[in-house]
Each structure stands twice: as structure tokens, then as C-alpha cells.
Ligand binder design. Structure first.
Ligand SMILES: [Zn+2]
Length: 239
């Protein structure tokens, strides 16, 4: 059985490593939530684009129809005026314009029919896209809510772990705790207190000296000379 300080510190360490993992997980959440929002916006933009496409065709139909109305009105006026014109050339010019308008109106009517078909297809597409995208947005919203709920659970667990920590810590002296905390907060993010197995440091995997092994077996607070990590031995029998 390892020394009392080892048992206590192992408990503290298990708590701290769990907190560190949870905090790492938490740090990823804002990015994940942002990604979901972006995904939702993109899908919503797709729905809006389909609606826009339909509206654009509708506007084109209206523009063509008003041009038909204008040309019809113009021809009607020319028709009335032509009855009162005396000069033959003027009369011919009016008839020419009326004939030209008739052609233009014919073309425009053909175009309107084409656009009507396109408009119907666009409306069908718009409904289809909206149905599919609304379902996708619903799914995204569900994922978002799940993540928010998960964040709440993680926060709660971190809080509970923090509260449980001080009780375990009283068997570890301040110097050892200071070293331990420095290692825990270190850049490499490793495990501060590691097991020695077959004389090998559990952190850097180098062999520890016989002197260090001797200290460990006595239950003294011992560090690896190479990586500075705290060491313990499951087999040690401190007196
Ligand atoms: Zn080491």
C-alpha cells in the first residue's frame, strides 16, 4: 500500500484530471455552438434564395404584362387617331406601329406563358426546399439545445468536483501540493503523480536511480530526476 500522502494525492489528482478533461470539453463548446448557428443560417439562406428565385420570376411576369398593357393601350390610341389622319404617309406609319406592337405583344405573351411555367416550378421547388430546410433547422435546434443542456451538466459536475477537492487535500503537505499544482498546470498537460513500474518513471519512461527507488519505498515524497514528476510505487511498504 502506498504512503498516505500518495493515496490522498491520487484522489486529488483523479478529481483534477477529470476537471481538466471537462474544462477542455467546455472550451470546445462555443465553437461547436457557433458552427451550429452558421449551419442554421446557411440552411435558412437556402430557403430564402428559393423564395427569391420565385419572386424574381413573378416580377418578370408583371413587368411583361405591364408592357403588354402599355403596347395595347398605345395601339388603341393609334387606331382612334388613324381615323382622323388625312395624310396617307402618316396613316401608314400608324398602321406600321400598330402591326409592330401586335408582334411585340405576341412575343411578350409567349414569354409570359413560359415564365408562368417557370413560376409554377419555382413555387413547387420553394415549398420542397422549405419543408426539407425547416426539418434540418429543427434538427440543428435540437442539437443546439442538447449542447446547451450538456454544458449545464458539465458545469455542475465541475462545481461538485471542486467542492469535493479540499477534503482530500489535507493529507498532502503544502510543498508537495505546490509542485503538484505546477505540474498539473504545465504546458504538457500530463499527469503530475505517476507510478514507477519496474524502476521506470511512468511519465518520461526513463529508469529512476536506486536512491530514488529507495526513497519511494520509504514513502518519502520523491521526484523523477529527469522529468520532475512526482513518483510513487504501488508495491512500496512505508513504515
Ligand atoms: Zn520521469
Amino acid at each position: 500500500m502506498p504512503a498516505r500522502w500518495v493515496q490522498a494525492l491520487l484522489e486529488v489528482q483523479a478529481t483534477d484530471l477529470r476537471i481538466r478533461d471537462l474544462e477542455t470539453r467546455m472550451s470546445l463548446l462555443p465553437g461547436e455552438l457557433t458552427k451550429l448557428k452558421e449551419k442554421r443560417d446557411k440552411v435558412a439562406a437556402g430557403t430564402a434564395a428559393a423564395a427569391d428565385a420565385a419572386r424574381k420570376i413573378e416580377r418578370a411576369i408583371k413587368a411583361n404584362e405591364s408592357e403588354i398593357a402599355r403596347l395595347t393601350e398605345e395601339s388603341k390610341k393609334l387606331q382612334q387617331q388613324s381615323a382622323m389622319v388625312k395624310k396617307n404617309t402618316e396613316y401608314q406609319a400608324m398602321l406600321n406601329t400598330i402591326a409592330l406592337n401586335k408582334n411585340k405583344i405576341g412575343d411578350l405573351e409567349g414569354k409570359v406563358l413560359e415564365l408562368m411555367d417557370q413560376f409554377e416550378a419555382a413555387k413547387v421547388n420553394c415549398r420542397k426546399v422549405k419543408t426539407a430546410n425547416d426539418a434540418t433547422i429543427q434538427t440543428i435546434r435540437g442539437e443546439f439545445e442538447e449542447l446547451v443542456a450538456f454544458a449545464g451538466e458539465v458545469k455542475e459536475e465541475i462545481k461538485k468536483l471542486r467542492e469535493s477537492r479540499p477534503g482530500m487535500i489535507r493529507f498532502v503537505d503544502n510543498d508537495t501540493l505546490g509542485r503538484y499544482n505546477a505540474l498539473l498546470g504545465g504546458k504538457n498537460g500530463g499527469t503530475p503523480l505517476v507510478k514507477v513500474e519496474n524502476g521506470i518513471c511512468g511519465s518520461c519512461h526513463l529508469r529512476v536511480s536506486p536512491q530514488v527507488m529507495n526513497d519511494i519505498s520509504k514513502g518519502a515524497v520523491t521526484y523523477c530526476a529527469n522529468c520532475q514528476h512526482l513518483l510513487y510505487d504501488d508495491e512500496a511498504q512505508p513504515e
